[in-house]
Design a protein around this ligand. Sequence first.
Ligand code: SF4
Ligand code: FES
Length: 251
Amino acid sequence: MDLTLHVWRQAGPTAKGGFVTYEAKDISSHASFLEMLDVVNERLIEQGQEPIAFEHDCREGICGCCGVVINGTPHGPHKGITTCQLHMRSFKGGDEIWIEPWRSTAFPVIKDLVVDRSSMDRIIQAGGYISANTGSAQDANALPIRKEAADKALDAAACVGCGACVAACPNASAMLFVAAKLGHLGTLPQGQPERYTRVADMVNQMDSEGFGNCTNHGACQNACPKEIKVDFIARLNMDLLRAALRGDEAD
Ligand code: SF4
Ligand code: FES
């Protein structure tokens, strides 16, 4: 396939960015989207030009670091997959593809398509943990967990922290990400002791990082590669209300 790429290039966090057009010729339809970028980068390097910076690690939908906006949609045209799981057979010869980084105040651009998502790490540090006494491993089944609770916790735990929900939201809200983490820990018995301080602390940190609030657009759910449901946001709001009634809300 011969494609025309319009790629966001930005030399650094404070540099002015802009789209640069590249002709990507003879791209295999069997290549993944990131492999296509690899080919483009090899050619740029051969021509003595700076390769396009993009983030990647696992290339199998696990680490959550590869996300870019493709033709206006986080992670591209298909639901339920990350950018690295997108293949070029989803495009056809002659297509024009616009490739941009996540856009959010809380995700400043580091270079080209790479953004700084450490704001999400700080939200996790604020409360995304459980306290556990260390020692030898517990006997299996020492702590019974209802199947419904285990299923719900596993659904929420599928979140890979990619940030597509923020990129898709018109308010750049991180509510789906935070709700997934709270849903994961707050559904299990191990997560109960800090359940209400956790929601207050994580929501407080989310606000202080500059993420917007949720106004129920639902764009996050559509963009999420792990198909996390907005039901978890309803649960977050319930727990936040309970935290306020209990006096657990953070300062
Ligand atoms: S909720 Fe979905 S879109 Fe948001 S960070 Fe987690 S996996 Fe990514
Ligand atoms: S590179 Fe790990 S999810 Fe895409």
